[in-house]
Write a protein that binds this ligand. Structure first.
Ligand code: ZN
Ligand code: ZN
Length: 260
């Protein structure tokens, strides 16, 4: 084993999920395969991961000229690779994606490859239509890193009426181990935004390689599948939000207001 640091979790929250993770099989900016990501997360002590590669108008490495069904098959390779490995080593692997609208990004959870194949209209739908489409199938839309501004994200755009939940901790912003986007204030602003609009909250690392930064969400109960994750978020199940600093330097995780 490579001697990765083990996640540090509060005793009553033993089931940790990495909810925001990229693979190099579908994300142009990622460095490792789904199988490599699965092995690293298992070794670090995660119970599960959600593969959220960059979708069609995001930083995908899948050829946009492919017919839809071939595009979807290629897009799902990172997830499927992670899932195969996860089944072998005992790590839950759920499917999701990160949709982009002029660099305003949303994590979509609770849907499947089969759903994507049957719904080519999701590719070019508006943010409003995305909300309806995803809901009609029982999924959820999570606005991730809503306050991040970088060269590739020219402005903050908020859509409280078209998002179910808000990613209020993104470990690339907050964790001292992160080598990009290091601006914890963006997470503080996201927490305020979620409170103001009474939105459920999520937390993820936005990890692009096996150099883990130990973010994610830890629950009291093990989740069963990606729909169960959606239910846990929407029903505000007790969870702690990991910034990565719990492992890096022993700080307390963030407890959403509805947990304590
Ligand atoms: Zn990326
Ligand atoms: Zn991401």
């Amino acid at each position: 084993m490579s001697g990765l640091e083990k996640l540090v979790l509060p005793k009553e929250f033993p089931y940790a999920y990495e909810t925001h993770l990229h693979t190099n099989q579908a994300s142009a900016c990622a460095k490792c395969t789904g199988a490599e990501m699965a092995r690293a997360c298992k070794e670090a002590g995660y119970t599960g991961i959600i593969v959220t590669d960059h979708f069609f108008y995001g930083n995908t490495c899948v050829d946009r000229n492919l017919p839809w069904s071939e595009w979807v098959e290629a897009f799902c390779k990172g997830y499927e690779d992670a899932k195969r490995e996860g089944d072998k080593i005992g790590l839950q692997v759920f499917f999701g994606w990160e949709a982009a609208y002029n660099a305003t990004e949303f994590l979509i959870n609770g849907l499947s490859k089969e759903w994507l194949l049957a719904h080519p209209e999701v590719r070019d739908c508006t943010i409003e239509e995305q909300f309806d489409l995803v809901h009609a199938a029982g999924g959820i839309v999570v606005h991730c890193h809503p306050y991040r501004v970088e060269d590739y994200i020219p402005e903050v755009r908020l859509f409280p009426e078209y998002e179910d939940a808000v990613e209020v901790v993104n470990a690339t912003h907050s964790c001292i181990l992160s080598t990009s986007h290091n601006t914890p204030e963006w997470d503080d602003m996201a927490k305020e935004y979620a409170l103001k609009h009474n939105k459920p909250v999520t937390s993820g690392s936005d990890i692009h390689s096996v150099n883990l930064i130990y973010g994610g969400m830890a629950f009291k109960k093990k989740l069963t599948d990606s729909k169960d994750y959606c239910k846990a978020i929407m029903e505000r199940e007790p969870a702690v939000l990991l910034s990565g600093n719990e492992t890096a330097d022993g700080r307390e995780p963030y407890y959403p207001s509805y947990v304590k």
